[in-house]
Design a protein around this ligand. Structure first.
Ligand code: GLC
Ligand code: MG
Length: 425
């Protein structure tokens, strides 16, 4: 959170399963569209928050399977656990607060009286979250009877039904909405309330996100019946809530447009950057744009023309150096020749490139040091390099063109490429 020194321009608070991540899209197209948009235009001055029902372990599993960006804040286990930054430092104050009037043993004793409640696996049971499966047809009746039992035992709990299958029992002060309100309160105390907040969800445990004061919301087109019904009964007609016509992450992009929260055309939707000059001059946009071109070049999704190669070469300082993650140094002109030869080598191989955690530091009037994680996946295998690029502007008076002076890469642990000869940049 301390990455920004002022209030965030936009804070996106998004659920993961079937909101940020579309499990029906094995190619992850909408997620990759969102990623490129975020890293090109928002990462530098905005905050990304994931709010998931998953525990830390199962969140990490999802990160290994899907091209998820690194969020600034991770809210897990249905708003009962909050962690900050890349290293996910836990917020113990929040967990301590949730202890108030909470007794897991009593919850276990009372829920055991309902044979309709089938306990979820151990990895889904958390200190402040007791979770079950429950048939939709029985849900209303069981929820009513269970709340009466727990109330009689003097507990303040919240019971949430999601995805037409899952029932969570949490302390009353927990939940995704309460966790967000807590976060906003912390920002307020620091005088750093985000200028805009957009919450995004698809199922029952996301409902309370939409009643946090002063937020915009999007219910993605594939939202579950229980969320739509809750919306119908509670917040229908609220102009700050959109029911998108697009699925998952594409629905989030649609909401950014609808509420005019900032740039909403993902660089992935721009086929030819020469024809569509985006009027945003930023190092983040520059690196995202280059790596998209790189992906398309290797997949032969752009034409192979001398003119294109020349124009690319003109944005590199050909005597500059590329330090390959293996440690070997090469002049950039040699890398350009190599890139030329690799045209189409990934054709039909489900090859994707995405950048995460892009940051840029201006080091003088004309130069920037840009740092990011560069990911590649070919089918199921993935590699990642911590990458540093030195960019300069050609002339101070023509500041829409960058020159790539120097590139340096280091493998991230366990994510080295087996065949290092076709990894570069
Ligand atoms: C996630 C969690 C599960 C929970 C459900 C609904 O799927 O893994 O434990 O019940 O979200 O909140
Ligand atoms: Mg979901």
């Amino acid at each position: 959170m301390d990455r920004l020194n002022g209030p965030a321009r936009l804070m996106i608070v998004s659920d993961l399963d079937q909101t940020m991540v579309d499990h029906d899209d094995p190619e992850n197209l909408s997620l990759l569209r969102f990623n490129a948009l975020w890293e090109a235009y928002y990462r530098q001055d905005s905050l990304l928050v994931f709010s998931t029902g998953r525990s830390r372990i199962s969140y990490k599993q999802l990160r290994n399977e899907k091209p998820l960006l690194t969020p600034d804040v991770t809210i897990m286990s249905v708003g009962t656990e909050i962690a900050y930054g890349e290293s996910m430092v836990p917020d113990y104050d929040w967990e301590q607060f949730l202890d108030h009037n909470w007794d897991r043993d009593i919850v276990n004793q009372e829920t055991a009286k309902f044979p309709q409640l089938i306990p979820q696996s151990d990895k889904n049971q958390r200190p402040h979250k007791v979770s079950f499966f429950l048939e939709k047809a029985e849900s209303l009746e069981v929820i009513k009877a269970l709340s009466e039992c727990l109330e009689k035992r003097g507990l303040d709990v919240k019971i949430i039904y999601s995805n037409g299958t899952a029932l969570d029992v949490l302390p009353k002060g927990a939940g995704k909405g309460q966790a967000l309100a807590y976060l906003l309160k912390k920002f307020k105390a620091d005088g750093r309330v985000p200028l805009n907040t957009l919450v995004c969800g698809d199922s029952g445990n996301d409902a309370e996100l939409f009643i946090v004061p002063e937020v915009y919301g999007v219910m993605v087109s594939n939202a579950q019946e229980e969320l739509l019904q809750w919306h119908e009964e509670n917040v229908k007609g609220n102009p700050h809530i959109l029911r998108s016509t697009e699925r998952c992450a594409s629905g989030i992009v649609q909401a950014i447009e609808k509420f005019t929260l900032g740039p909403n055309v993902s660089p992935r939707d721009i086929r030819d950057f020469r024809k569509c000059r985006v009027n945003i001059f930023s190092p983040g946009h520059e690196v995202v744009k280059f790596y998209l071109f790189y992906e398309r070049w290797r997949c032969a999704e752009v034409e192979k023309s001398d003119q294109l190669m020349q124009s690319l070469k003109s944005s590199f300082y050909l005597l500059g150096t590329f330090v390959h993650p293996s440690g070997i140094e090469q002049p950039l002109n040699k890398c350009m020749d190599m890139m030329e030869r690799l045209y189409g080598d990934k054709l039909g191989k489900k090859y994707r490139v995405w950048l995460d955690w892009v940051s840029a530091a201006q080091i003088d009037l004309n130069s920037w040091l840009v740092k990011f994680d560069k990911w590649e996946s070919t089918g199921e295998t993935r590699q990642c390099c911590l990458t540093t690029v030195l960019l300069t502007t050609k002339q101070a008076e023509e500041p829409e063109a960058f020159t790539w002076m120097h590139i340096h890469q280091t493998w991230l642990d366990g994510l080295e490429a087996k065949d290092q000869t076709t990894w570069f940049f």
